[in-house]
Design a protein around this ligand. Structure first.
Ligand code: UTP
Length: 230
């Protein structure tokens, strides 16, 4: 099975979660011994955000700040590569062509940001499209997609399934909230995943959730592209 996993703040947040990174690497190593292939898409985490904000305050343009974010995503990939050792392509890939080539040689390949103007969600969607992934798993602290921002509304409900129109609405509703607030999925990512009908699941950031999805359990939120979608 070809799997794309997107890690946001879950592994690399305010501080580096060494045990979680070790556990994640062990899980991937076990799965590749059973024949799976992984593209791991790594976000910038809290440290990247701090630098992005500082750059803005100091007069950096938005695209320059994006480039700072991209640099951090690649450093985070390198951290993960440290734990994956020889099982992983030795450097973060910096283009989709390189990603495709690298996955022919290695069972695990990492990728961070690519170009300014979007988040690593979009990179994950493009990666999934490029390698014709069987599944894209996005891991987020919230545990899935809610009908409204769970940090603001106590009665927010976790959705087991969401379709394109519902998700588009949720993304647009959350567009004007402040940075760091509930963000179900990047809009660019949504469109790419939809056009290629990539099987997509959003789950909590605990590694047990990743294991469960790989075992075929239905947890978190599944994005449904159409009645006939995968
Ligand atoms: P992300 O926003 O994807 O990382 O990238 P994150 O915050 O760790 O992920 P989530 O929010 O938990 O899912 C960090 C920043 O890097 C820049 C953007 O500025 C983004 O906010 N970036 C990333 C790009 O400009 N282009 C990319 O392709 C990826």
């Amino acid at each position: 099975m070809k799997v794309v996993v997107k890690l946001g703040h879950s592994l690399i947040g305010e501080r580096i979660e060494l045990e979680k990174i070790r556990h994640f690497a062990a899980l991937l190593k076990k799965r590749i011994s059973e024949g799976d292939k992984f593209v791991v898409v790594v976000g910038g985490g809290a440290v990247a955000r701090a630098y992005i904000n500082a750059s803005r305050i100091l007069g950096g343009t938005e695209s320059f700040a994006d480039n700072i974010g991209i640099a951090f995503t690649r450093i985070n990939c390198m951290l993960l590569i440290s734990a994956l050792g020889e099982n992983a392509y030795p450097t973060p890939t910096t283009s989709l062509d390189e990603l495709k080539q690298a996955l022919r040689l290695y069972h695990i390949v990492t990728i961070g940001g690519l170009t300014p103007g979007h988040s690593t969600d979009a990179v994950a969607a493009l990666s999934a499209e490029t390698i014709s992934a069987d599944i894209f798993i996005k891991m987020i602290e919230a545990g899935g997609i809610y009908d409204k921002d769970p940090k603001v509304y106590e009665d927010a409900k976790l959705l087991n399934e969401v379709n394109y129109e519902q998700l588009l609405q949720l993304i647009l509703e959350n567009k004007n909230t402040k940075a760091g607030e509930y963000k179900p999925l990047d809009l660019v990512a949504l469109e790419i995943l939809r056009r290629s009908k990539i099987k997509t699941v959003v789950v909590g950031s605990e590694l047990e959730n990743l294991e469960a999805v790989l075992r075929g359990e239905e947890i978190g939120t599944r994005i449904k592209w159409s009645d006939t979608a995968k």
